[in-house]
Design a protein around this ligand. Structure first.
Ligand code: HEM
Length: 413
């Protein structure tokens, strides 16, 4: 095996400084596609298998009977027992058959039809957010794309999905942000603040469930609380945990797809010009943005039996990490993978997962949010441009942007 120089693949500071270490991942895809990564011995980081090719990421994702989401679920330190028990009640950390029943219950709320019904609300939210930025810039003020557009959009949409009243948005925003502070010291909350936010969001979700059970409405939450055709339903606990999962899984991901997509369009002005000339391209642009940005960089699984992958022997108990960001630049699958092309089609990217049982529940919703957002920007702020430094998130899990100042290009350009 050719040796590939060592880069800390899961060191958040690598990502903060320069984004995804693509050069290194490309070398791994070529020379060591299933690579035993030895972490920093000083940090006592345990080793894991880094899976970087598209075909292998798909294979791991589609074989939960070998690559479990439930066993040894943390990438590094195991959580405390009570935390672990709670996390294992979330479907993200379950395997079939437990996962299958839960997933089929919540799938009913996320079909293209159910999500399509939200379109007008998403359009109103985008119009308000982008309109406010336009007005601020018009008045000579400053705007930040993450703070003013990309962060509030998915949060407001989730509030809409939950049927939460508008006056509750701010507190739900605060709880979600506290929960997802992640590894970035600037955003990180204390463990106590995280616990408090989780408890408050949990209690809020319990209140929502109670209100809908007493007075059902024509909304997604009411549907999720009702038993499905086979009589399966979410227990109280499961519903509350699902609301928490939504606020974690649906927020930061979409936020960073929106801000990373905007940045890609700033860096490729000819692609923005193509979109301005042909709105029909927004549909393919959205998937290209998810491929290019890959908001969720990686996910971990644990082998629960001995197996072989990419010519390597993997032992039961080994951690296996799939790198979606690498799979999405795999030259075996994508022509010219390092070109950002808003018209790319087909685009079998793995930004929403490798197609197994955990494939992103919110993919239709994310596509809707992103396409309406970019349509609104093209209509309202066609001359938007970057006006300062982009600050990246200190995280190897979420490819994120914390701050991105924007302005309008003067009309004479
Ligand atoms: C799972 C990406 C938006 C809810 C996932 C997974 C990825 C992902 C990579 C794991 C797939 C796997 O392990 O095979 C993204 C990206 C998004 C996005 C890139 C935005 C561009 C959303 C939204 C929601 C959502 C808007 C809901 C409001 C979920 C849930 C899961 C999930 C609940 C767990 C599904 C399961 O375990 O069965 N997403 N996601 N996501 N996503 Fe998303």
């Amino acid at each position: 095996m050719t040796r590939v120089s060592h880069v800390e693949l899961v060191d958040p500071s690598v990502y903060e400084a320069g984004g995804v270490p693509h050069e290194h991942l490309t070398a791994l895809r070529e020379h060591a596609p299933v690579h035993r990564h030895h972490g920093d011995p000083e940090a006592e980081a345990p080793p894991f298998w880094a899976v970087t090719r598209h075909a292998d990421v798909v294979h791991v994702s589609r074989h939960p009977e070998v690559f479990s989401s439930y066993e040894r679920l943390a990438l590094f330190e195991e959580p405390a027992p009570e935390q672990l028990a709670l996390q294992r009640m979330m479907m993200l950390n379950q395997d079939p058959p437990e996962h299958t029943g839960k997933r089929s219950i919540v799938n009913r709320g996320f079909t293209p039809r159910a999500i399509g019904a939200l379109e007008e609300h998403v359009r109103d939210i985008c119009r308000d957010l982008v309109g406010e930025v336009a007005a601020t810039l018009e008045a000579g003020g400053e705007a930040d794309f993450v703070r003013d557009v990309a962060a509030p959009l998915p949060l407001y949409v989730i509030c809409e999905l939950l049927g939460a009243p508008v006056e509750d948005r701010d507190k739900i925003f605060h709880w979600s942000n506290t929960l997802i502070g992640g590894s970035d010291p600037e955003l990180q909350s204390s463990p106590e603040a995280g616990d408090t936010a989780a408890a408050e969001l949990y209690a809020y979700a319990a209140g929502l469930a109670e209100a809908r059970r007493a007075e059902p409405r024509e909304d997604i939450i009411t549907r999720l609380l009702q038993p499905d055709a086979d009589g399966n339903e979410l227990t109280g606990n499961e519903f509350e945990l699902f609301v928490m999962l939504l606020s974690v899984a649906g927020n930061e991901t979409t936020r960073n797809a929106a801000s990373g997509g905007m940045l890609a369009l700033f860096e490729h002005p000819e692609q923005w010009a193509r979109l301005r000339a042909d709105r029909a391209l927004v549909r393919t642009a959205v998937d290209e943005i998810v491929r290019w940005v890959t908001p969720v960089n990686l996910f971990r699984r644990t082998a629960i039996r001995d197996t072989e992958l990419g010519g390597e022997r993997i032992a039961a108990g080994d951690k296996v990490v799939v790198f979606y960001a690498s799979a999405n630049r795999d030259e075996r699958v994508f022509d010219d993978p390092f070109a950002f092309d808003v018209g790319r089609e087909p685009n079998p990217h793995l930004g929403f997962g490798g197609g197994g049982p955990h494939f992103c529940l919110g993919a239709h919703l994310a596509r809707l949010e992103l396409s309406v957002l970019f349509e609104t920007l093209l209509d309202t702020l066609p001359n938007i441009e970057l006006s300062g430094n982009v600050r990246r998130l200190r995280s190897s899990f979420i490819n994120g942007i914390k701050g991105m100042p924007v302005r309008q290009r003067p009309a004479f350009h």
